[in-house]
Design a protein around this ligand. Structure first.
Ligand SMILES: [Zn+2]
Ligand SMILES: [Zn+2]
Length: 193
């Protein structure tokens, strides 16, 4: 994976891994490969361990209360992943920037990719564009890359589920309002025997 200037692929990979944590090193390798990452070295349990720690820190960035806190937490991740940027053509597919040293194990690669990619995404598109689904019982994380930047749900099923629920709540309220209009005006003040 080449970090595009908007960090989109990296931040989406982070969300995918955080939403469904890989169970072992082989699964981590498969899912990174599927996301387009070129793995230059065998993936070890140590890589998985570091990745899970990076995802824990990243979820705190997702759940930060405001922009300042979000920036502070992400800056800490960037500091931990720190390496000077360099130009590379390691795949022969074109020159691009890496924010890490050459031939790193997958753990450090993801640490750099996720923190830099998330920083590029937030700085480029808006600090608020990383969140959990607005459906209460859904904890899925997503990066909002929509044009308007007002995505509230992780998926179409969640958006539909919430639309149905809001519609039901509205019909219930309308019914209640109609019933209360039918009652005498002072009924609320009557003492019960
Ligand atoms: Zn590359
Ligand atoms: Zn959802």
């Amino acid at each position: 994976m080449h970090l595009n200037p908007y960090g989109e692929d990296a931040v989406n990979l982070a969300a995918d891994l955080a939403n469904r944590r890989p169970g072992d090193a082989a699964e981590l390798a498969d899912r990174c490969r599927t996301a387009g990452l070129v793995l230059e070295r065998p993936v070890t349990p140590g890589d998985l361990e570091l990745t899970l720690a990076v995802l824990d820190a990243w979820e705190k960035v997702v759940d930060a209360g405001d922009d300042q806190e979000r920036a502070g937490l992400l800056n800490r991740m960037l500091a931990a992943a720190s390496a000077y940027p360099r130009l590379t053509d390691h795949t022969g597919g074109g020159w691009h920037l890496h924010y890490r040293g050459d031939r790193q194990p997958l753990g450090p690669v993801l640490s750099s990719l996720i923190s830099v990619g998330t920083a590029l995404h937030l700085a480029g598109r808006g600090m608020h564009r990383l969140r959990r689904c607005a459906v209460d019982e859904c904890t899925m994380i997503f990066a909002d890359t929509t044009r308007t930047g007002r995505q509230r749900y992780c998926s179409h099923p969640c958006a539909n589920r919430d639309a149905v629920r809001r519609h039901r709540a509205r019909t219930r309220d309308t019914g209640r309002a109609a019933r209360s209009r039918a009652l005498p005006a002072d009924s609320g003040h009557q003492q019960q025997p």
